[in-house]
Design a protein around this ligand. Sequence first.
Ligand code: AMP
Ligand code: TRP
Length: 326
Amino acid sequence: MNKIFSGIRPSGKLHLGNYLGAIKNWVELQKSPDTERTVFAVVDYHGITTPFDPKTYHQQVMEAVLDYMAAGVDPEKSILIRQSKVPQHTELAWIFNTITPVSWLDRLPTYKEKIEQTQGKYTHMGILDYPVLMAADILIYKSNLVPVGDDQLPHIDLTNEIARKFNHLFGETFQTVKPHLTEGARVMSLQDPAKKMSKTGDEGIALSDNPEVVREKIKKAVTDSGKEIKYDEDKKPAISNLLTIYQLLSGRTIEEIEKDYEGKTYADFKNDLAEVVVDFLKPFQKKYSELKNNMDYVDKVLTESEEKARVIASSTLKEIKEKIGI
Ligand code: AMP
Ligand code: TRP
């Protein structure tokens, strides 16, 4: 039986990449007979490691909660929390800090990217320490399965290194953690298929985009040379990405879709893809606005979930503190 944990930073509107690479898996896992428990978090302490506006941050966190629920995270089946409301995460992160060599952190690709983005200026400890808090998020619930996109794999490896070191120093406590990836694990930018779809810029489709915006973005998406609609990641990265999105949202196979578009143009294909995306987003957006009009219910879900989470987390922390003699 699996104990599942995952989290997303509340750093902007969720996009199709977040949905297909992460949340879609969450929704499936919470229903699986092999699942013992699912905990999903809006990781608001991770969110403050990059620039944010304190005036709107609370609202941004709540919008992320609404995004999760509208996308299908079911409070009857899953524990849905804001990371900062379960202080045991940060307490455990501190303990892990004392057994994590800096050299395990400054070699991570995510950290190196951040340093490059800031032209080598070392910004603050939080950026370096980010993956240690992530390890604590996962291990405080003794989770063994973590649904994420493939960019997070080095962080899962680090989580296991920290767990192994803890077990070695203080006695067997944590099991091995495995990542859970699906085929949609990497959705690329509509403007540059060499880059991942992201929350910044307009290259991503937000789950909240209205039909006009979706149609416009897909119309403007770059395509490859030639005119065949064929899946070929090397020669046709842009069309392959659009085919992947089409496949994942329609539930049809790539072969079926390719066959449908034999002899048709990129424009035909894009028009239809836009409607597939619009139809897919409709129920999500309906649910989102229903929840938004019922914030008392959302608050109640969070209060109950966070209480449950604190009970589990404090039991792990008690065991750990005893093991280290605190
Ligand atoms: P982020 O938006 O970077 O905070 O990522 C949140 C989650 O969504 C992580 O599990 C990522 O791996 C996943 N994710 C982000 N962008 C993409 C993408 N373009 N394709 C697939 N998964 C993604
Ligand atoms: N680091 C993840 C990201 O940037 C977010 C995250 C924080 C996370 N804690 C986690 C993901 C625990 C999975 C499990 O996307």
